[in-house]
Design a protein around this ligand. Structure first.
Ligand SMILES: C[S@@+](CC[C@H](N)C(=O)[O-])C[C@H]1O[C@@H](n2cnc3c(N)ncnc32)[C@H](O)[C@@H]1O
Length: 294
């Protein structure tokens, strides 16, 4: 379990924070290839990740015929590709984007093993439109842009993020995000109660963490320093609206697919929740579905 120590609101620039985060993510890849249970994809041709399993009921109603079949989908911050191949198994033609070369190598290897046709693009998510231009051509746009669980907290500038999403979407296309709720990130995971310990509202200054562990398995990394950024829910909604998207749906959830705090309890479906009536006191996730006007 995490021995993380967090410092709230440090004066560190984006380039330094991003470089530290990239070094950390590169080292997490082999630990996640071990710990994500990827062998289940080869064992069962119908297997999909729990993240995508939980996302599809919120995403599909916004798509033609409530289906991903035949749609071009861009997966931002795709990591080792477990969610990306799951979206391909749901019918999408997938392009995964991430800034970690090691993650993309693992994702490409997983897709190749499973016989899934996918494209992988190495870029900072904040430069993803230009990277898609370079790799697939400026005419390449997507029916769906998807990102889920462990995404915007790594980004300082959500205005740029939202403009990339708008530029990647076809007119009429759908953007989907589910992520840890910003209220959850105000809590100190080591405490035995739900006391607010950290900022809810962001101001461009990250939180600084030193933690050798990751959220699966017992393995450790050398590049322990990471930086992440608070973003209030209204900030996330506002940047998407300012980028020209229209909000179609919003949801807040009581469970998480990863164990935020040692006190969280794993349910039979693999999800984690706060014990007892604490599950009703604080949201664990938020989901937004937004559309680029046709
Ligand atoms: C928690 S993982 C992705 C979540 C996905 N649900 C999963 O578990 O596979 C976060 C990913 O974001 C990527 N990432 C972090 N900052 C990024 C950035 N600025 N640009 C692109 N990718 C980034 C990391 O490399 C990592 O693969």
């Amino acid at each position: 379990m995490s021995e993380a120590s967090g410092v709230d609101g440090v004066d560190v620039g984006w380039e330094e924070a991003r470089a530290a985060n990239l070094a950390n993510w590169e080292e997490r890849v082999p630990l996640h290839v071990e710990g994500y249970g990827i062998e289940a994809f080869a064992e069962d041709p119908a297997h999909v990740s729990t993240v995508v399993r939980d996302d599809l009921p919120y995403l599909l109603p916004h798509l033609p015929d409530a289906s991903l079949a035949g749609l071009e989908l861009c997966h931002l911050q795709c990591h080792i590709g477990t969610d990306t191949v799951s979206l391909a198994r749901a019918g999408a033609r997938v392009t995964g984007v991430d800034f970690s070369p090691a993650a993309l190598r693992a994702a490409a290897s997983l897709a190749e093993t499973l016989g899934i046709d996918a494209r992988w693009i190495e870029t900072d998510v904040l430069d993803s439109r230009a990277a898609v231009d370079a790799e697939l051509g400026p005419e390449s746009c997507f029916d769906v842009v998807y990102t889920s669980i462990g995404t915007i907290t790594w980004l300082r500038d959500l205005g740029t993020w939202a403009r990339q999403i708008a530029a990647l979407l076809k007119p009429g296309g759908v953007f989907y995000i589910r992520d840890s709720h910003p209220m959850l990130f105000t809590l100190d995971e080591r405490r035995d109660d739900l006391t607010v310990a950290f900022r809810y509202f962001g101001d461009g200054r990250p939180m600084q963490w030193d933690d050798a562990s990751t959220y699966v398995g017992e393995g450790t990394v050398q590049a322990t320093r990471t930086y992440d950024y608070p973003h209030s829910l209204s900030e996330v909604v506002t940047v998407l609206l300012e980028a020209g998207l229209t909000l179609e749906a919003m949801h807040e959830g009581r469970t998480l697919p990863w164990q935020f705090a040692p006190r969280m309890i794993q349910r039979a479906d693999g999800e984690y929740e706060w014990p007892g009536d604490e599950a009703d006191r604080v949201p664990c996730t938020f989901t937004l579905v937004a559309r680029k006007p046709a």
